[in-house]
Every structure is written in structure tokens, then in C-alpha cells.
Design a protein around this ligand. Structure first.
Ligand code: ADP
Ligand code: ZN
Length: 203
């Protein structure tokens, strides 16, 4: 798939999907294959997600890890880019600011392969941060699914639970150090209490 772009210089790949859909596993697989091909690679990871790993690694839920450089925003990635790197991989791209869009556009324009992994929808089921734009400008987009924990179907939603109950619509998009938990769910099993009671009667 990606090899078809080899003759054209740089390009952008996005690995999207819900939590537990295997985005980090797929990113790590692509990183490993890049190393096998003896290409120079840099891996960046947002600071915000330290739930499954130390902040200096990207980690999949099956425990495989690859060293990554922590970065809070696009400017920090730009400052640390190795000019000799052929491939730039970025995990948890949903937490980054919109500056990531011109940055990866510029990197691809200068012949780099850029791979971004990120959750495309937030706990409300709405587009998350720069992910919609990244998916639009990418040459290749993969949308992965997890398994719905309630019915076993393909899961496309991140169910946020607070105290075991579905989080209200108004809770913040990013809860840092919170006590919330997440489940992968399908559209039918996904539950989000509406913004206000009146909205419920309109649905
Ligand atoms: P992501 O980066 O998308 O959050 P990971 O690559 O870190 O996903 O983890 C994927 C792994 O999570 C799967 O291979 C599986 O072992 C595990 N897993 C746990 N819960 C689920 C679920 N509900 N659906 C699918 N995989 C799950
Ligand atoms: Zn379901």
C-alpha cells in the first residue's frame, strides 16, 4: 500500500479509530518495518496519554513498546525533527494543536513519510482535535475498530464512564489525571446523556 508512493517523495498516512482498536499496534508494526528497511525514523508521542506506558514509549495493549520522544504540541515536534529522518511517526495525534497540519504538510512536501495514529472521535462521538483535517490531507487513511464490550460487534465509539456511569456531554474533552475510564462500544451500545433534558425530547 504505502510502497506505491515511494516514487513520489513524501506522503501522509493516518491510522484512526477508537481506543483499543489496535492503532498503537499498527503504528509499532510500521515503525518496526521501517527499521528493518534501514530507514531513519523518529517517533513522537503526546505527553497526555501516560495511561498504558511510560511517557517515553508508545505501547500497545499487548505490551509491545517502541521508544518515543514526548511532545506536547506541534512546535515541540518541529523543534526536535531530525533533518536526516526518512520517516516521522506520531502517536496520540488527537491531543495536538492545529499546527500539526502545516507541519506534516511541510514534512511530506520535503519527501518525508509521515505516519499519524490517533482517536478520531472524542467521548461524545464528535471529531477530535486535528484528526478530521489530518484524515482529509492524508494520502492513506485506515480506520480501525475495536470490539464492543457489550454486544461483541465492531466498536466505533469511546464510551467514557465516570463512577461507572456514562459521562455527561458537558464533561471536558480531555480529562487529565481524571478518574474516568473508557470502553469500546458500537453506535447502538454507546450512551451519552444529552446536553440538557430538552434535547432528549427532540431526539
Ligand atoms: P489503541 O492504540 O487503538 O488504543 P492498542 O494497539 O493499544 O489500541 O491495543 C489493541 C489491543 O487491545 C488489542 O490487540 C487487544 O489485545 C486489546 N483489547 C482490549 N480491549 C479490547 C476491545 N474491546 N476490543 C479490541 N481489542 C481490545
Ligand atoms: Zn455494541
Amino acid at each position: 500500500m504505502s510502497q506505491s508512493f515511494h516514487q513520489t517523495g513524501g506522503w501522509i498516512e493516518v491510522i484512526s479509530g477508537v481506543m483499543f482498536s489496535g492503532k498503537s499496534e499498527e503504528l509499532i508494526r510500521r515503525v518496526r518495518r521501517t527499521i528493518i528497511a534501514r530507514k531513519r525514523i523518529q517517533v513522537f508521542k503526546s505527553h497526555l496519554d501516560a495511561r498504558y506506558a511510560g511517557i517515553y514509549t508508545i505501547s500497545s495493549h499487548d505490551g509491545r513498546t517502541v521508544e518515543a520522544i514526548p511532545a506536547d504540541n506541534a512546535a515541540q515536534i518541529a523543534q526536535q525533527i531530525d533533518p536526516m529522518a526518512h520517516v516521522i511517526a506520531i502517536d496520540e495525534a488527537q491531543f495536538l494543536d492545529s499546527g500539526i497540519i502545516p507541519l506534516v504538510t511541510s514534512l511530506a512536501g520535503r519527501g518525508r513519510r509521515v505516519i499519524l495514529a490517533g482517536t478520531d472521535t472524542d467521548f461524545r462521538g464528535e471529531p477530535f482535535g486535528p484528526m478530521p483535517s489530518l484524515m482529509a490531507i492524508a494520502e492513506v487513511v485506515d480506520k480501525l475498530h475495536a470490539i464492543c464490550v457489550l454486544c461483541g460487534g465492531p466498536a466505533s465509539r469511546n464510551q467514557r464512564l465516570i463512577g461507572g456511569l456514562p459521562a455527561p456531554y458537558d464533561s471536558p474533552t480531555i480529562m487529565v489525571g481524571g478518574t474516568e475510564s473508557y470502553e469500546a462500544r458500537c453506535r447502538m451500545c454507546f450512551s451519552i446523556p444529552p446536553k440538557d433534558a430538552n434535547q432528549a425530547s427532540l431526539l
